[in-house]
Design a protein around this ligand. Structure first.
Ligand code: G3P
Ligand code: CA
Length: 238
């Protein structure tokens, strides 16, 4: 049931590893994906950008400096130069295809469209894998960028979409979620109220807050009956 939870009527709590399982391995790397699988997460979240030569790559920041030996904006890189950059001295920045191969359908891949103009190329990659045995339900698309979600929904009417939110008023959240025909709302946990959770669930959305790491916060989210939890530590949610 876990892999197909959007069609599943059980109360299974969706455990989503954040940037792979970044509490245990370097964020958004193949190592982090493997760790998330080992920890039996139902879903693993990653962030994607489109670079200058057109590839969709897995990286969180819009600039390179925080975790790599590169400099400047990731979107200004060509693929050859991007491959020379190392994260924390040892990991290459993976492509979306490499991450899909690494996850190998052992968890749902939650692709956060972090950069602009990522929806159509990401969807083309999903389509390519659907031709090789992957299912649409192996993927979940999320973003704070409503425009990218609108583009994704125009490409596919049924793929699972989660609208990421950060303290917007509930009426605005519901309006945006309806516009992109979302299956889920992924709200910021710190300001999420029980009333918000009830309202979102009454409107038939899964509620999957980010990014909940502290055990007491995890318990509070469970008490509020969220549908899933995005966390750096999947084992704590389990
Ligand atoms: O998917 C939710 C979470 O990843 C959003 O925050 O900054 O980690 O991408 P961020
Ligand atoms: Ca993210």
């Amino acid at each position: 049931c876990a892999l197909f939870f959007f069609n599943c009527s059980s109360n299974h709590l969706i455990v989503c590893g954040h940037r792979g399982a970044m509490g245990h391995a370097t964020e958004n790397t193949i190592a982090s994906i493997k760790k998330g699988i080992e920890l039996k997460a139902d879903m693993l979240e990653i962030d994607v950008f489109k670079i200058k030569t057109g590839e969709i790559v897995v990286f969180h920041d819009d600039t390179m400096e925080r975790i790599t030996n590169g400099t400047g904006k990731i979107e200004d890189y060509n693929f050859v130069d991007l491959r020379k950059v190392l994260i924390e001295g040892k990991h290459q920045i993976p492509t979306l295809e490499e991450v899909i191969l690494a996850i190998d359908r052992k968890a749902v891949l939650n692709i956060e469209l972090k950069g602009e103009n990522t929806a159509s190329d990401t969807y083309a990659i999903i389509e390519k894998f659907k031709g090789k045995g992957w299912k649409e339900s192996d993927f979940f698309i999320s973003s704070f960028r409503k425009g990218e979600l609108v583009k994704m929904r125009a490409l596919n009417n049924s793929i699972a979409i989660g609208l990421l939110t950060y303290q917007e008023p509930i009426d605005q959240v519901l309006k945006n979620a309806k516009e992109v025909k979302a299956q889920a709302i992924n709200p910021y946990y710190k300001t999420l109220t029980k009333e918000d959770v009830l309202t979102m669930k009454a409107n038939k959305y899964k509620v999957i807050p980010w990014t909940v790491n502290d055990s007491l916060d995890i318990k509070n989210m469970k008490d509020m009956k969220v549908s899933g939890i995005i966390t750096n530590f999947p084992e704590r949610v389990r």
